[in-house]
Design a protein around this ligand. Structure first.
Ligand SMILES: Cc1cc2nc3c(=O)[nH]c(=O)nc-3n(C[C@H](O)[C@H](O)[C@H](O)COP(=O)(O)OP(=O)(O)OC[C@H]3O[C@@H](n4cnc5c(N)ncnc54)[C@H](O)[C@@H]3O)c2cc1C
Length: 508
């Protein structure tokens, strides 16, 4: 410690100072709720403004025929342990569940139609192109072309940033189109050409140089992972878990935690602009969207106008909204291009269809891009035993539409039309006859997907945006557009940004 450093404060002094501070959080998605809870935990007063009638953002519930399910995010990636740590902290550890074994299928394969997704690959890249489950999908011609990868001189091997370019050049189009593209499109809404190899498969390029081939590199990394974890979690999507009761349980727990900490969450209250005055920040809100929210807000405003002046604002909305709110205060933000934000729709069907009892396509289906109108399907009751226990034998099937560069086919349809199309697609993808007479009901959700952390150029863009926002005192921002999409990215970013803001307010 230098002579100029302030004398350390006692815990009560710090708590007293924190209790004087007011922070506004805009957006009650997971990012906003996690950040709000961390800030409130230090004793600061937190007010969360949420545009929707319910909190949670993409982590939201749907309900059809009395059956409640996740209408948006339905699982979390276990990598990094960040989501699990949050779950443990919120007392939800006993709700963590694995997906049922069985894996997913691939549909739209020329001449084959559908087959189980091969085991033993990374992002769909096979370790052995002649393995039966791989060859069934890419055919002998595809397998021999992929085998050229083993024969090509290591000179052409090296550092290829684009996953699509790497796979195309080493193993050919069939591996790219039929194995890798379904995984990246279905899981990340992105084409492999837009995925950064180093971010999506750390170590792959180095292993490639070491082993001299892409399939050798995949085999090498899989062996390494198996040695580290003691398991061979080699199916795409294998390293995820869920919560009994649905991921929306996480939102309930965060709302409870915020209540215990004395924070206020105002739903139906969209922030329109942020203004900075001599006293601090104010959040201008649009007219509340429902009667309950209106009451809530009027009460709060009526209680004490000083409560509406904040020492800091943390913006945790989607990218377009966040940029709109931040732009007047962060002039350099305009110069940083926005990431692509594909529109996604999920139509969840509740079906009485005994033909689905045998889970004909395991936990769900990814599609070869261009082969089907739907991008992916999850047979939720086959994937999540906790859900199957609640449906009295009915099946819950989620059909996803839309990807980067392709609007959802449902976007032009009304709700009945979207449900009809989803039933047709489900029938085709699951390989069993399904029709509307089996439908107990349907639920439709619309989303804007943020760019995955693995997109080419995304890390640079995110870091640049984070830097210019951090340069404005009293302002902070988090959310999938800054962290990359996915709870395993969103949660640690929100916590880090909350910590940065707390630190700046107390010691800045
Ligand atoms: C369809 C879909 C499925 C997914 N599935 C998974 C999955 O299974 N596992 C996984 O890990 N990840 C999944 N993801 C990604 C993950 O869910 C998201 O990255 C994450 O939930 C984003 O959280 P967020 O808080 O940044 O944003 P959001 O959840 O979008 O929250 C932003 C909030 O800000 C609010 N808001 C917007 N404008 C305003 C305003 N003006 N004033 C106040 N509030 C405002 C919104 O209403 C919203 O509540 C999925 C994403 C999508 C789209």
């Amino acid at each position: 410690m230098t002579d100029d450093a302030p004398a350390p404060e006692s815990a009560p002094e710090l708590a007293a100072r924190a209790a004087q501070l007011r922070v506004a959080v805009v957006g009650a998605g997971i990012a906003g709720l996690v950040a709000a809870a961390d800030i409130a935990a230090l004793g600061m007063h937190v007010t969360v403004f949420e545009a929707d009638a319910v909190p949670g953002g993409v982590v939201r519930r749907g309900e059809v025929a009395g059956i409640s399910f996740d209408a948006g995010a339905e699982s979390f990636a276990t990598r990094g342990g960040h989501v699990r740590a949050l779950i443990d902290d919120l007392g939800l550890a006993d709700r963590v569940v694995d997906a049922a074994p069985g894996g997913a299928w691939l549909a739209g394969i020329p001449a084959v139609d559908a087959a189980p997704l091969p085991v033993g690959g990374i992002l769909g890249i096979p370790a052995n192109p002649f393995a039966d489950d791989v060859r069934r999908i890419i055919g002998w011609a595809g397998a021999w072309r992929a085998y050229l990868d083993r024969l090509r001189p290591p000179l052409t091997v090296g550092h290829e940033r684009s996953l699509g370019a790497l796979v195309r050049s080493r193993m050919g189009r069939r591996v790219l189109d039929r194995l890798v593209a379904p995984v990246t499109t279905g899981v990340h809404s992105s084409h492999p050409d837009d995925i950064d190899t180093d971010a999506a498969a750390p170590g792959l390029n180095a292993a490639l140089t070491r082993t001299g081939s892409l399939s050798g590199a995949v085999a090498d990394l899989l062996a390494e992972r198996a040695a580290q974890t003691g398991t061979a979690a080699t199916r795409p999507g294998a390293a995820v878990q869920g919560l009994a009761g649905g991921m929306a349980t996480l939102v309930d727990a965060l709302i409870d935690r915020l209540g215990m900490l004395g924070a206020e969450v105002r739903t139906g209250t969209p922030a329109e602009s942020l203004e900075r005055g001599d006293e601090g920040w104010t959040v201008a809100v649009a007219a509340p969207q429902d009667a309950d929210a209106a009451e809530l807000e009027v009460d709060a405003v009526a209680s004490d106008p000083a409560d509406e002046i904040f020492d800091a604002v943390l913006v945790a909305a989607d990218e377009a909204t966040a940029r709109h709110l931040l732009a007047p205060h962060v002039s350099a933000l305009d110069a940083i291009p926005a990431g692509p934000s594909p529109r996604i729709e999920i139509v969840t069907l509740v079906l009485d269809a005994p033909a689905l009892d045998a889970a004909p396509r395991g936990s769900g289906v990814l599609t070869v891009p261009g082969s089907h109108t739907a991008k992916a399907l999850t047979h939720s009751t086959a994937k999540w035993p906790w859900l199957a226990e609640t449906t009295g034998g009915s099946h819950v099937v989620r059909v996803s539409f839309g990807a980067q560069g392709e609007d959802p086919a449902t976007a032009v349809l009304d709700d009945d039309g979207a449900a009809r199309l989803a039933v047709q697609e489900a029938s085709a993808l699951l390989g069993v006859p399904l029709d509307e007479s089996m439908l107990r009901g349907a639920h439709r959700s619309r989303f804007t997907q943020s760019q995955p952390a693995t997109s080419l150029g995304a890390a640079e863009r995110r870091a640049a945006a984070g830097r210019v926002i951090a340069g404005v005192p009293g302002l902070a921002a988090t959310g999938a557009w800054l962290s990359g999409t996915g709870l395993a990215q969103v949660v640690p970013h929100a916590r880090a940004e909350a910590e940065r803001l707390r630190h700046a307010l107390l010691w800045g």
